[in-house]
Design a protein around this ligand. Structure first.
Ligand SMILES: [Fe+2]
Ligand SMILES: [Fe+2]
Length: 264
């Protein structure tokens, strides 16, 4: 059995601080083999710098997935194109954008996993390519003996996420939703061995609006004007993740356990 920890969208310095405080202990406690984080909000809530990814790597994060905010920093775009980048961006952007939407990574003792990142179109970015067909293409072109196939589906609508679960049912080890920053209570493993949760949640400031200071977001809704997102480090943090246990011989999931900690 392999144990994969998937950490939800980690937001800004407060999120990074919570990860550095909690992750080393969690990895020991659950005997984690491989840790994946959605890092699209690592650097002040939008995008991820190399420095912040390195910081998370030092705390025990092995690999990053991303989402709609991955395009923010030029240095990250260059990094995406490096062969040994520990980062994927959503696969279903038009051909020609930097980086890869999937990667094959060795986790231990020659065991390899396939990590796929997709982005939803409903209420998010309707013009990108079809995530369902993008998943088909990746699975068709990357047939292999994987210990696990993990999909991060970065999407807003639960309907689109649940549909992808059914579409990929039995063909991947896990479909894990990200982007809403709110952990859902619908985690389960299907009869065909696919672990699922509509959203893993976030690591970030508790007294906030999905990780961002609430005042600026309230103003945004009230006045419909552009506002600057602030993240003041204060108070407690949420740490949301899921632990997925997978039979490495069949790549079928056996368990998915949500983790919801408060870092006081
Ligand atoms: Fe996010
Ligand atoms: Fe997002």
């Amino acid at each position: 059995m392999i144990k994969i920890l998937f950490i939800g969208d980690t937001v800004g310095r407060q999120g990074r601080m919570a990860v550095s405080k909690l992750l080393p202990e969690l990895k020991k406690k659950y005997e984690i083999d491989f840790t994946i984080m959605n890092g699209e909000n690592l650097s002040h809530g939008k995008g991820m710098t190399i420095k912040n990814m390195d910081e998370m790597h030092e705390c025990g994060v092995d690999f990053f997935t991303a989402g709609n905010h991955v395009w923010k920093f030029k240095e990250t775009l260059a990094y995406l194109d490096e062969e040994d980048a520990r980062l994927v961006r959503p696969a279903n952007y038009p051909k020609g954008v930097p980086g890869m939407g999937h990667k094959i990574v060795e986790i231990k003792n020659g065991l390899k996993i396939l990590i796929i990142n997709l982005q939803g179109r409903v209420f998010l970015k309707p013009d990108i390519d079809c995530p369902f067909r993008a998943a088909d293409e990746i699975l068709k072109e990357n047939k292999g003996d994987y210990a696990a196939v993990i999909v991060d589906f970065h999407a807003e609508a639960t309907s689109e996420k649940i549909t992808l679960k059914h579409y990929l049912d039995g063909r991947v080890s896990a479909v894990l939703g990200t982007h809403t920053h709110v952990q859902t209570a619908d985690h389960h493993v299907t009869d065909k061995g696919t672990a699922y949760i509509s959203d893993v949640g976030m690591v970030g400031k508790e007294d906030s609006i999905i990780g961002i200071d609430k005042e600026s977001i309230i103003d945004k809704f009230l006045y419909q004007l552009p506002t600057k997102h602030e993240i003041t480090v204060e108070g407690s943090s949420f740490f949301n993740a899921v632990l997925v246990e997978i039979d490495e011989k069949t790549a079928k999931a056996e368990n998915i356990t949500p983790i919801f900690l408060k870092n006081l």
